[in-house]
Design a binder for this molecule. Sequence first.
Ligand SMILES: [Zn+2]
Length: 157
Amino acid sequence: MSSKRLTKKQLQEKQFLEDKKFRKQLIVGFSVLLIGTIITLVFFTYWCDTKYAYRKYFLYGKEIPGELVCMNDNSLQYHESSKVVKENKAFYMCSSKCQEHLNKHFREVAYAADAFSGDTICKSDALIGLKERGKPGVIYFKNNLNFKKYYATKPKK
Ligand SMILES: [Zn+2]
């Protein structure tokens, strides 16, 4: 009789320990989930900043696609700009305000001087590059040769 009672007590103890273990696993599981969620949120919240900082730095000396710049502001954009076709030429604008500016002052906005040769070129046909590493300002080039020559004269930091 006594040994049977002991077994019952042992069983309860065993159950208690198992419950404790389960609770511990549950807490660990929730903690991992919570930390994972926080990391994911932070990553996505700052994803644009990370991408923008990366582009400003690493696109220096490289050809930049039109949709990454605003041709009115002449700067690298935080978000992709939209394509505007005017006089059969494609321009990239960041906002309706910039688009309006292009419509009103087409000659000034659509054309730029080649940063190497100084020739007047239409931005829609130009090659686009960063003026300085780490800064959003962009410059335009008539052709690949001018593009390469411009960056060849700049110190490689
Ligand atoms: Zn703009």
